[in-house]
Design a protein around this ligand. Structure first.
Ligand code: SD4
Length: 301
C-alpha cells in the first residue's frame, strides 16, 4: 500500500520522526495523518530545545509554541505563541478542521485547545529553565549558525525545528511544521513555522516545501511559497531551494553571513531537494526502500 509514498523532514531527529510518519503511510494512511503523527513524535518523544515540551523559553521564561499543518488542497491550520499545550500540531489541525479560520494565537489558541479537549500542563523542563537562567546573565539575543546541535553536548544552538513533508500512496501531499521558535525571543514573537507560505507550503499540483533557521528571513521572502512556485516553473526541488536561498542572500547579504536558513522540498513525483545558507543542515528521507536515510544539504557558505 505504501508504494510511491515518501516522507522527508529536517535535521537528524527527522529520521525517527519520519519513521513515526511512515507507520501511517505504510498502512496506506494519508499524508495528512502521517505528518501529524511525525510532528507529534517530535513534540513529545524528542527532547530537543527547539520543539515541544523540551523547548527553550522566550526572554521572559515563557515557553511558547508555534505549529502549522497543510494539505495539498490548500486546507491549512496554525497556532502561534501557544502555551501549556503539549501538541500544537494537533491543535493546528483542529483549527483547520473545526473552525472557519486558519490561525489562532496566544490565549485564544489555548482557550480553543482546552475546549477541544487538550490538557493544559506546565511544559517548561528544569533543563530549559536552567538554560534560561544562565542566558539571563548576559541576556544577549544572538542566534548562532547552527548545525548538528544534537551531536554536540552542551551546544546551545537553536535551529532545530521539525519541518516534515509527505506524499502518500494516493499521490497526495501534506506538510507540518512545529517549533518552540528561537530561544530567548521577545515575548510574543512569532516565527515562520506557523505562517503558511513562510515555514510551510503545500500544493498537490506541484509539491511542498518547509524551512528551518531564523524565521524572520523566511517570512521576509515568503520562502516556502517561493520554493513551491519555483518548482511550478520547472525547477527541481534542489534547484528551487537553492534559488530561494540565493534570494535570501540578495536581500540581506551581510545578515546572511551570520544566520542559518534551510529549505527542504518534495515534489509531487517524490523527488526531494534541500539547500541551506550555511553548512550543517541535514535532512531525513524515508520511503519503502529505506527508512533511515540522512543526507547533507549543500550550502552557500
Ligand atoms: C523560528 N524557524 O521560529 C524557527 C526556528 C527554527 O530550527 O527553525 N529553528 O524562526
Amino acid at each position: 500500500a505504501s508504494n510511491g509514498a515518501k516522507v522527508v523532514s529536517t535535521w537528524d531527529f527527522g529520521v525517527p520522526a519520519n519513521q513515526a510518519a511512515w507507520r501511517v503511510l505504510a498502512r496506506g494512511g494519508s499524508a495528512l495523518d502521517a505528518v501529524e503523527a511525525g510532528a507529534r513524535w517530535a513534540e513529545s518523544e524528542l527532547c530537543n530545545p527547539t520543539v515541544g515540551r523540551c523547548g527553550n523559553p522566550d526572554r521572559d521564561g515563557a515557553l511558547t509554541l508555534d505549529a502549522s499543518i497543510m494539505d495539498g488542497d490548500g486546507r491549512c491550520g496554525a497556532v502561534a505563541a501557544l502555551q501549556d499545550i503539549a501538541h500544537p500540531v494537533s491543535v493546528a489541525r483542529r483549527v483547520m478542521e473545526k473552525t472557519p479560520h486558519v490561525m489562532l494565537v496566544g490565549e485564544g489558541a489555548q482557550q480553543f485547545a482546552v475546549q477541544q479537549g487538550f490538557a493544559k500542563e506546565k511544559l517548561l523542563t528544569p533543563q530549559a529553565e536552567k538554560a534560561w537562567r544562565e542566558w539571563l546573565k548576559t541576556a544577549q539575543y544572538r542566534p548562532q549558525i547552527n548545525a548538528e546541535r544534537a551531536r554536540i553536548p552542551g551546544n546551545k544552538e537553536n535551529h532545530d525545528t521539525l519541518g516534515m513533508l509527505a506524499l502518500d500512496a494516493g499521490g497526495k501531499l501534506s506538510g507540518a511544521c512545529t517549533t518552540s521558535g528561537m530561544a530567548w525571543k521577545l515575548h510574543g514573537r512569532v516565527g515562520d513555522s506557523p505562517i503558511v507560505g513562510a515555514g510551510l507550503y503545500v500544493d498537490n499540483e506541484v509539491g511542498a516545501a518547509t524551512a528551518s533557521g531564523v524565521g524572520e528571513e523566511m517570512i521576509r521572502n515568503a520562502a516556502s511559497f517561493l520554493v513551491v512556485e519555483l518548482m511550478r516553473q520547472g525547477r527541481t526541488p534542489a534547484e528551487a531551494c537553492r534559488e530561494a536561498i540565493d534570494r535570501v542572500v540578495r536581500k540581506r547579504p551581510e545578515a546572511s553571513k551570520t544566520l542559518q536558513v534551510c529549505f527542504l522540498a518534495l515534489n509531487k513525483h517524490g523527488e526531494v531537494g534541500a539547500f541551506a545558507l550555511h553548512k550543517g543542515f541535514v535532512y531525513a528521507v524515508c520511503d519503502a526502500g529505506k527508512q533511515d536515510a540522512l543526507l547533507d544539504a549543500d550550502s552557500v557558505y
